[in-house]
Design a protein around this ligand. Structure first.
Ligand code: G1P
Length: 299
Protein backbone atom coordinates (compact mmCIF):
# COMPACT_ATOMS: atom_id res chain seq x y z
CA UNK A 1 0.00 0.00 0.00
CA UNK A 2 1.20 3.51 -0.89
CA UNK A 3 2.25 5.96 1.80
CA UNK A 4 0.12 9.08 2.30
CA UNK A 5 1.16 12.36 0.68
CA UNK A 6 1.91 14.50 3.73
CA UNK A 7 4.04 17.35 2.35
CA UNK A 8 3.33 19.99 -0.26
CA UNK A 9 6.13 22.09 -1.74
CA UNK A 10 5.34 25.52 -3.16
CA UNK A 11 8.17 26.91 -5.32
CA UNK A 12 7.61 30.68 -5.02
CA UNK A 13 11.07 32.19 -5.44
CA UNK A 14 10.65 33.25 -9.10
CA UNK A 15 10.97 36.89 -10.13
CA UNK A 16 7.74 37.07 -12.11
CA UNK A 17 9.31 38.98 -14.98
CA UNK A 18 6.31 38.36 -17.24
CA UNK A 19 4.22 40.57 -14.97
CA UNK A 20 6.59 43.51 -14.55
CA UNK A 21 6.05 46.24 -13.49
CA UNK A 22 3.27 44.74 -11.32
CA UNK A 23 5.77 42.33 -9.76
CA UNK A 24 8.47 44.89 -9.02
CA UNK A 25 7.34 45.17 -5.39
CA UNK A 26 4.57 42.54 -5.24
CA UNK A 27 5.40 38.84 -5.59
CA UNK A 28 3.54 37.33 -8.55
CA UNK A 29 2.02 34.74 -6.21
CA UNK A 30 0.19 37.57 -4.45
CA UNK A 31 -1.41 38.94 -7.59
CA UNK A 32 -5.14 38.71 -6.99
CA UNK A 33 -7.62 36.79 -9.08
CA UNK A 34 -10.38 39.30 -8.25
CA UNK A 35 -9.71 39.40 -4.49
CA UNK A 36 -7.84 36.18 -3.73
CA UNK A 37 -4.08 35.95 -4.30
CA UNK A 38 -2.89 33.07 -6.47
CA UNK A 39 -0.98 31.48 -3.60
CA UNK A 40 -4.17 31.19 -1.56
CA UNK A 41 -5.79 28.95 -4.19
CA UNK A 42 -2.79 26.62 -4.09
CA UNK A 43 -2.78 26.52 -0.28
CA UNK A 44 -6.51 25.78 -0.14
CA UNK A 45 -6.08 23.02 -2.73
CA UNK A 46 -3.28 21.43 -0.69
CA UNK A 47 -5.20 21.61 2.57
CA UNK A 48 -8.30 20.10 0.90
CA UNK A 49 -6.10 17.20 -0.18
CA UNK A 50 -5.16 16.51 3.44
CA UNK A 51 -1.59 17.85 3.27
CA UNK A 52 0.00 18.15 6.72
CA UNK A 53 3.15 20.18 6.08
CA UNK A 54 3.43 23.12 3.69
CA UNK A 55 6.93 24.03 2.55
CA UNK A 56 7.36 27.35 0.75
CA UNK A 57 10.57 27.72 -1.22
CA UNK A 58 10.76 31.49 -1.36
CA UNK A 59 13.25 34.30 -1.92
CA UNK A 60 14.54 36.83 0.63
CA UNK A 61 12.99 39.68 -1.40
CA UNK A 62 9.52 38.11 -1.19
CA UNK A 63 8.70 38.44 2.51
CA UNK A 64 5.20 39.65 1.60
CA UNK A 65 4.29 36.03 0.79
CA UNK A 66 4.88 35.02 4.40
CA UNK A 67 2.88 38.02 5.61
CA UNK A 68 -0.05 36.93 3.46
CA UNK A 69 0.16 33.24 4.23
CA UNK A 70 0.47 33.48 8.02
CA UNK A 71 -2.18 34.63 10.44
CA UNK A 72 -2.10 38.33 11.35
CA UNK A 73 -3.57 38.62 14.84
CA UNK A 74 -3.04 42.40 15.01
CA UNK A 75 -5.00 42.97 11.80
CA UNK A 76 -7.79 40.68 13.00
CA UNK A 77 -8.02 42.50 16.33
CA UNK A 78 -8.22 45.84 14.56
CA UNK A 79 -10.94 44.57 12.23
CA UNK A 80 -12.94 43.29 15.21
CA UNK A 81 -12.62 46.63 17.00
CA UNK A 82 -14.01 48.31 13.88
CA UNK A 83 -17.02 46.00 13.87
CA UNK A 84 -15.73 43.82 11.03
CA UNK A 85 -15.73 40.56 12.97
CA UNK A 86 -16.96 38.47 10.03
CA UNK A 87 -14.06 39.63 7.88
CA UNK A 88 -11.62 38.87 10.71
CA UNK A 89 -13.01 35.32 10.99
CA UNK A 90 -12.75 34.83 7.24
CA UNK A 91 -9.09 35.87 7.31
CA UNK A 92 -8.38 33.52 10.21
CA UNK A 93 -9.91 30.61 8.29
CA UNK A 94 -7.71 30.99 5.23
CA UNK A 95 -4.48 31.99 7.01
CA UNK A 96 -2.02 29.46 8.39
CA UNK A 97 -1.50 29.53 12.12
CA UNK A 98 2.09 29.21 13.42
CA UNK A 99 0.88 27.00 16.30
CA UNK A 100 -1.74 24.75 14.70
CA UNK A 101 -0.33 24.47 11.18
CA UNK A 102 2.92 22.89 10.07
CA UNK A 103 4.50 25.53 7.85
CA UNK A 104 8.10 25.95 6.72
CA UNK A 105 9.64 28.81 4.77
CA UNK A 106 12.99 28.09 3.21
CA UNK A 107 14.95 30.26 0.79
CA UNK A 108 16.17 29.66 -2.74
CA UNK A 109 18.73 32.44 -3.04
CA UNK A 110 19.64 31.73 -6.67
CA UNK A 111 17.20 31.08 -9.51
CA UNK A 112 18.69 27.82 -10.76
CA UNK A 113 15.45 26.22 -11.96
CA UNK A 114 12.36 24.39 -10.73
CA UNK A 115 14.35 21.23 -9.98
CA UNK A 116 16.70 23.24 -7.77
CA UNK A 117 13.74 24.87 -6.00
CA UNK A 118 12.28 21.45 -5.14
CA UNK A 119 15.70 20.28 -3.95
CA UNK A 120 15.82 23.27 -1.56
CA UNK A 121 12.82 21.71 0.25
CA UNK A 122 14.52 18.33 0.78
CA UNK A 123 15.44 18.77 4.44
CA UNK A 124 11.94 19.89 5.37
CA UNK A 125 9.71 17.16 3.96
CA UNK A 126 7.90 14.47 5.95
CA UNK A 127 8.45 10.79 5.00
CA UNK A 128 6.60 9.52 1.94
CA UNK A 129 5.68 11.00 -1.41
CA UNK A 130 5.61 14.79 -1.78
CA UNK A 131 3.31 17.07 -3.74
CA UNK A 132 4.61 20.05 -5.71
CA UNK A 133 2.19 22.84 -6.59
CA UNK A 134 3.07 25.72 -8.93
CA UNK A 135 0.72 28.53 -7.90
CA UNK A 136 0.89 30.10 -11.41
CA UNK A 137 -1.18 27.20 -12.63
CA UNK A 138 -4.61 27.91 -11.23
CA UNK A 139 -6.92 24.92 -11.55
CA UNK A 140 -10.60 25.59 -10.99
CA UNK A 141 -13.75 23.54 -11.07
CA UNK A 142 -14.94 20.34 -9.48
CA UNK A 143 -12.75 18.45 -7.07
CA UNK A 144 -9.40 20.07 -6.22
CA UNK A 145 -6.72 18.84 -8.62
CA UNK A 146 -4.41 17.62 -5.86
CA UNK A 147 -7.23 15.68 -4.14
CA UNK A 148 -8.03 14.06 -7.47
CA UNK A 149 -4.37 13.17 -7.92
CA UNK A 150 -4.05 11.82 -4.37
CA UNK A 151 -6.96 9.43 -4.98
CA UNK A 152 -5.57 8.27 -8.31
CA UNK A 153 -2.05 8.02 -6.87
CA UNK A 154 -3.19 5.68 -4.09
CA UNK A 155 -4.59 3.32 -6.74
CA UNK A 156 -1.76 3.59 -9.26
CA UNK A 157 1.49 1.66 -9.18
CA UNK A 158 3.70 4.51 -10.34
CA UNK A 159 5.89 6.42 -7.87
CA UNK A 160 5.65 9.72 -9.77
CA UNK A 161 2.41 11.25 -10.99
CA UNK A 162 1.98 14.47 -12.97
CA UNK A 163 -1.19 16.32 -13.94
CA UNK A 164 -1.54 16.60 -17.69
CA UNK A 165 -3.64 18.21 -20.39
CA UNK A 166 -3.57 17.85 -24.16
CA UNK A 167 -2.07 20.85 -25.97
CA UNK A 168 -1.83 21.98 -29.60
CA UNK A 169 1.33 20.72 -31.38
CA UNK A 170 2.84 24.24 -31.53
CA UNK A 171 2.53 24.53 -27.74
CA UNK A 172 4.71 21.56 -26.77
CA UNK A 173 7.68 23.97 -26.51
CA UNK A 174 6.00 25.67 -23.52
CA UNK A 175 5.65 22.60 -21.30
CA UNK A 176 7.12 19.43 -19.95
CA UNK A 177 5.77 16.74 -22.29
CA UNK A 178 4.99 13.20 -21.23
CA UNK A 179 6.19 10.20 -23.20
CA UNK A 180 2.93 8.27 -23.11
CA UNK A 181 2.93 4.49 -23.41
CA UNK A 182 -0.70 3.67 -22.63
CA UNK A 183 -4.00 4.89 -21.28
CA UNK A 184 -6.65 3.64 -18.88
CA UNK A 185 -9.44 6.18 -18.44
CA UNK A 186 -7.91 9.43 -17.21
CA UNK A 187 -4.67 7.72 -16.25
CA UNK A 188 -1.76 7.68 -18.70
CA UNK A 189 1.21 5.40 -18.31
CA UNK A 190 4.51 6.92 -19.37
CA UNK A 191 8.16 6.06 -19.67
CA UNK A 192 9.64 9.54 -19.56
CA UNK A 193 9.23 13.29 -19.91
CA UNK A 194 10.94 15.97 -21.99
CA UNK A 195 11.15 19.64 -21.03
CA UNK A 196 9.81 22.03 -23.65
CA UNK A 197 10.45 19.99 -26.83
CA UNK A 198 9.89 21.42 -30.28
CA UNK A 199 6.74 19.93 -31.90
CA UNK A 200 8.78 17.77 -34.32
CA UNK A 201 10.48 15.90 -31.49
CA UNK A 202 7.77 16.01 -28.80
CA UNK A 203 6.96 12.46 -27.62
CA UNK A 204 3.22 13.33 -27.33
CA UNK A 205 0.90 16.30 -26.85
CA UNK A 206 0.29 15.57 -23.16
CA UNK A 207 1.61 18.61 -21.32
CA UNK A 208 2.44 18.66 -17.64
CA UNK A 209 0.76 21.41 -15.64
CA UNK A 210 2.02 22.53 -12.25
CA UNK A 211 0.89 19.64 -10.05
CA UNK A 212 3.18 16.74 -9.21
CA UNK A 213 3.15 13.87 -6.74
CA UNK A 214 6.69 12.57 -6.46
CA UNK A 215 8.35 9.56 -4.94
CA UNK A 216 10.94 10.75 -2.37
CA UNK A 217 13.71 9.28 -4.56
CA UNK A 218 13.27 12.48 -6.60
CA UNK A 219 15.62 14.26 -4.18
CA UNK A 220 18.50 11.87 -4.91
CA UNK A 221 17.88 12.35 -8.63
CA UNK A 222 17.83 16.14 -8.21
CA UNK A 223 21.11 16.14 -6.28
CA UNK A 224 22.96 14.88 -9.34
CA UNK A 225 20.82 16.60 -11.95
CA UNK A 226 22.76 18.77 -14.40
CA UNK A 227 21.30 21.75 -16.22
CA UNK A 228 18.82 21.20 -19.02
CA UNK A 229 16.46 23.36 -21.09
CA UNK A 230 17.10 27.08 -20.60
CA UNK A 231 20.32 26.29 -18.69
CA UNK A 232 18.24 25.44 -15.59
CA UNK A 233 18.07 22.41 -13.31
CA UNK A 234 14.79 20.99 -14.54
CA UNK A 235 12.40 18.96 -12.41
CA UNK A 236 11.25 17.29 -15.62
CA UNK A 237 14.74 15.86 -16.27
CA UNK A 238 15.07 14.44 -12.73
CA UNK A 239 11.62 12.84 -13.02
CA UNK A 240 12.57 11.34 -16.37
CA UNK A 241 15.84 9.96 -14.97
CA UNK A 242 14.18 8.29 -11.99
CA UNK A 243 11.21 6.95 -13.96
CA UNK A 244 12.84 3.58 -14.66
CA UNK A 245 13.11 2.83 -10.95
CA UNK A 246 9.86 4.37 -9.66
CA UNK A 247 7.41 4.41 -12.57
CA UNK A 248 5.61 7.47 -13.94
CA UNK A 249 2.02 8.22 -14.86
CA UNK A 250 -0.05 11.21 -15.91
CA UNK A 251 -3.52 12.13 -14.76
CA UNK A 252 -5.81 14.05 -17.07
CA UNK A 253 -7.37 16.11 -14.30
CA UNK A 254 -10.98 17.18 -14.58
CA UNK A 255 -10.74 20.91 -13.70
CA UNK A 256 -9.87 23.83 -15.95
CA UNK A 257 -6.33 25.15 -15.83
CA UNK A 258 -5.48 28.83 -16.19
CA UNK A 259 -1.92 29.92 -16.89
CA UNK A 260 -1.86 32.80 -14.43
CA UNK A 261 1.84 33.28 -15.08
CA UNK A 262 0.70 35.06 -18.26
CA UNK A 263 -1.41 38.20 -18.52
CA UNK A 264 -3.92 36.59 -20.89
CA UNK A 265 -4.27 33.57 -18.60
CA UNK A 266 -4.82 35.79 -15.58
CA UNK A 267 -7.49 37.74 -17.44
CA UNK A 268 -9.19 34.50 -18.48
CA UNK A 269 -9.24 33.30 -14.87
CA UNK A 270 -10.73 36.57 -13.65
CA UNK A 271 -13.43 36.51 -16.36
CA UNK A 272 -14.15 32.86 -15.61
CA UNK A 273 -14.70 33.55 -11.92
CA UNK A 274 -16.60 36.80 -12.52
CA UNK A 275 -18.97 35.14 -14.97
CA UNK A 276 -20.16 32.70 -12.33
CA UNK A 277 -20.61 35.35 -9.63
CA UNK A 278 -23.89 37.34 -9.71
CA UNK A 279 -22.06 40.25 -8.07
CA UNK A 280 -20.32 40.99 -11.37
CA UNK A 281 -23.23 40.29 -13.75
CA UNK A 282 -23.84 44.01 -14.35
CA UNK A 283 -20.19 44.76 -15.02
CA UNK A 284 -19.88 41.95 -17.56
CA UNK A 285 -23.16 42.94 -19.19
CA UNK A 286 -21.93 46.52 -19.42
CA UNK A 287 -18.71 45.51 -21.19
CA UNK A 288 -19.60 42.46 -23.22
CA UNK A 289 -23.37 42.11 -23.22
CA UNK A 290 -24.51 45.29 -25.01
CA UNK A 291 -24.83 45.23 -28.79
CA UNK A 292 -21.86 47.02 -30.37
CA UNK A 293 -22.67 50.57 -31.33
CA UNK A 294 -22.63 51.44 -35.04
CA UNK A 295 -19.30 52.97 -36.14
CA UNK A 296 -20.78 56.42 -36.76
CA UNK A 297 -21.91 56.70 -33.14
CA UNK A 298 -18.90 55.04 -31.62
CA UNK A 299 -16.66 58.11 -31.37
C1 G1P B 1 7.23 24.55 -15.58
C2 G1P B 1 7.77 23.15 -15.84
C3 G1P B 1 7.09 22.54 -17.07
C4 G1P B 1 5.58 22.55 -16.86
C5 G1P B 1 5.11 23.99 -16.57
C6 G1P B 1 3.62 23.99 -16.21
O1 G1P B 1 7.65 25.38 -16.65
O2 G1P B 1 9.17 23.21 -16.02
O3 G1P B 1 7.52 21.23 -17.25
O4 G1P B 1 4.95 22.05 -18.02
O5 G1P B 1 5.82 24.55 -15.45
O6 G1P B 1 3.15 25.28 -16.03
P1 G1P B 1 7.60 26.99 -16.60
O7 G1P B 1 6.21 27.38 -17.01
O8 G1P B 1 7.91 27.39 -15.19
O9 G1P B 1 8.62 27.44 -17.59
Amino acid sequence: MKQKIRTAIFPVAGLGTRFLPATKATPKELLPVIDTPLIQYAIDEARDAGIERLVFVSHPSKTAIERHVMDDAVLRRELKERGKGALARELAQTALCPVEDDVVFTMQEEQLGLGHAVLCARDHVLPGPVAVLLPDDLILGGQGCLSEMAEAYARSEAGHMVATMTVAPEDTRKYGILSVTGQSGALLSADGMVEKPEPEVAPSREAVVGRYVLDPSIFAALETQGTGAGGEIQLTDAIARSTGATGLCGLRFSGTRFDCGSKAGMLRAILHLASSDPEYADVLQEHFGAAPRPRSQAA
